[in-house]
Design a protein around this ligand. Structure first.
Ligand code: PRP
Length: 210
């Protein structure tokens, strides 16, 4: 029996992944049962050419880098932070937000002191402050970063800002934008060689996504 050559697609769980999946659906690349309420994680299309799986957004790049997924959708924040060895095919212009420095409104930077920076994105923050020649102490947190300046754990935070409502609700102010972030379609390097045609078909489907 001929072995099926699936294109494995890692989608980020959540709103962004649902939106991206809707493009596949619109192009007739849907997978049965994907909308049903279940704990199932892998779904195939009827022709047996595509296999979707839902993963934690921050894990997509790992699946793609290691070839467990041929393509996937990852935020530019993750790509900048971890520099996975993947091809970035194009900007999906979804999940738009920014990486920014925020602090309490009365914050003033005393350059004679080491700046305490709380963040999930230690690499991005480190590079940003290195480019400014600013000495910092990085405090790595895994979530609810906004708490850090409120409790005196840090002077500033480096975090994702989308609507700004989390900052506002906690009395924090955005001081500097580090970079813009959006979702990217990424591909495994070997897959581009061996499944290039299938991958390009997906790219074409996404090109006129509006
Ligand atoms: C992200 C980010 C901010 C918030 C920004 O948190 O870390 O806290 O979203 O969005 P806003 O500007 O629209 O308010 P997420 O919900 O991913 O949770 P986290 O606390 O685990 O990082």
């Amino acid at each position: 029996m001929e072995k099926k050559k699936y294109l494995n697609v890692a989608l980020p769980k959540g709103r962004l992944g649902e939106k991206v999946y809707s493009y596949f659906e619109r192009e007739g690349m849907e997978a049965e049962g994907i909308h049903e309420e279940s704990r199932k994680l892998i779904f195939e299309n009827a022709e047996g050419t595509l296999r979707f799986f839902w993963v934690k957004p921050s894990d997509v790049a790992i699946y793609v880098e290691r070839g467990a997924a041929d393509i996937g959708v990852a935020g530019k924040d993750i790509l900048l932070e971890y520099s996975p060895d993947v091809y970035e095919l194009f900007d999906l212009e979804l999940g738009k937000c920014r990486m920014a420095v925020a602090a309490k409104s009365d914050f003033t930077d005393d350059r004679s002191k080491t700046l305490r920076v709380a963040t999930k994105f230690t690499h991005i923050a480190g590079q940003y402050y290195a480019s400014l020649g600013r000495r910092i102490d990085i405090i790595k947190l895994n979530g609810s970063i906004e708490l850090a300046p409120l409790l005196g754990l840090s002077d500033v935070i480096v975090d994702i800002v989308e609507t700004g409502s989390t900052l506002k609700a906690n009395g924090l102010v955005e001081f500097n934008k580090i970079c813009d972030i959006s979702a990217r379609l990424i591909a495994n390097k070997a897959s581009m060689k061996f499944k290039g045609e299938q991958i390009m078909r997906v790219c074409r489907a996404f090109e006129n996504k509006e």
